[in-house]
Design a protein around this ligand. Sequence first.
Ligand code: GLY
Ligand code: MN
Ligand code: MN
Length: 487
Amino acid sequence: MAEDRAQETPETPEGDEPIKQRKNGLYPAVSDELAASMKSGWADTEQRDLEPIAQAPHTARRRAALSARFPGERLVIPAGNLRTRSNDTEYPFRASSEYVHLTGDQTHDAVLVLEPTTTGHDATAYLLPRSDRENGEFWLDGQGELWVGRRHSLAEGAQLLGIRCEDVRTLPERLAAATGPVRVVRGQDEGIEAALTDKVTAERDEEFKTFLSELRLVKDEWELGELRHAVDSTVRGFEDVVKVLDRAEATSERYIEGTFFLRARVEGNDVGYGSICAAGPHATTLHWVRNDGPVRSGDLLLLDAGVETTSLYTADVTRTLPISGTYTDLQRTIYDAVYEAQEAGIAAVRPGAKYRDFHDAAQRVLATRLVEWGLVEGPVERVLELGLQRRWTLHGTGHMLGLDVHDCARARTESYVDGTLEPGMVLTVEPGLYFQADDLTVPAEYRGIGVRIEDDILVTEDGNRNLSAALPRRSADVEAWMRDLRA
Ligand code: GLY
Ligand code: MN
Ligand code: MN
């Protein structure tokens, strides 16, 4: 049935007037003869037979959970719109994680609507149909088929996604006319929000977003497969970097960034966040994404990077590498303390443990080492109670991972930070120590050293699995791995 409705001729509110000319076009207005020529002589390619996407059964289950939570309410989940980069060029589009999670689709301007019924909800994906040949859109509009490629027809969309599909250009009017309670995911599509402005409240929409965030806390089997792909590609990207690190041309953080990015684009969609390619003292800046510094032998390279799969799941991995291939004594001492903290953190990841446990375990190790090194006055309990170690540890020890690098960020405190770990959760464990170049409270030789080690950990039924274990972590193992890759 869904497919039948999807094949109805869409209404195109703006599609009646012929498009005469592209803005800023070089050519004069389109003659009637050319317009007539462009309308005809094309093979019929409206309907191709497509296989449903592999995750369709999973997206259906996620929508069912959503439907059960909000009976009788109309639920609106936009993918988002293109954003102008400059003039008539756009940023690469990345659909909202909420929309992707519930549909598996990634197209811009799309909107998922769950319409309440007596038994639950009917799902409809409102999409842009193929660009129109009758009015010239397909060759005259900057988003037309001959400019940016073919969009799926609505019937194809229904086949792919397993959801009824309709023309999104009809949606604002439908929403404006609709009655009954509505919720919308805000911050993605101004046009859709404008159509709903009298019908929604910030508080109810916040509750909606929170639920969608919490729906992603436990990953299903399909998602875990994607996260494994993301991590495996990321491992290859790290190997790529190590292989070029001793090359004459690898003198800049930009070269490292570009090397990793090649892997991300060839095997995935993109990087899941701006790669942090921080050499020397830049490693003490937590999110160093400027990547405009030099790479010098004798310094450390903190590489924090993750491949985002074509399905938009991302890894988030950090290794702190000796650019020369060998850690100096002090670099090794600091590195080993972070390694020990990470080991303690990973050991605390298991079902039933409090989310905070792995953070506390890692912080205790770091505080202990800082006291031993004489950088802060003990005892360790006092340091932890007052949080004094944070001058050098700076950030939390991890976060959920998934479609977003900091996944499930809108979840309630009680279900995330104050919550309990469950099988199927995936989180990072990423302690670090950062001695700023201008920190006068530490000996001069510490200044400008930053170390972080970050792995992606799956909570299993009986403990955890380190998805990024293929990348060595012990200092001696890192050195041996670098030697082997460079040989
Ligand atoms: N790459 C950002 C983070 O580790 O959280
Ligand atoms: Mn990271
Ligand atoms: Mn992280």
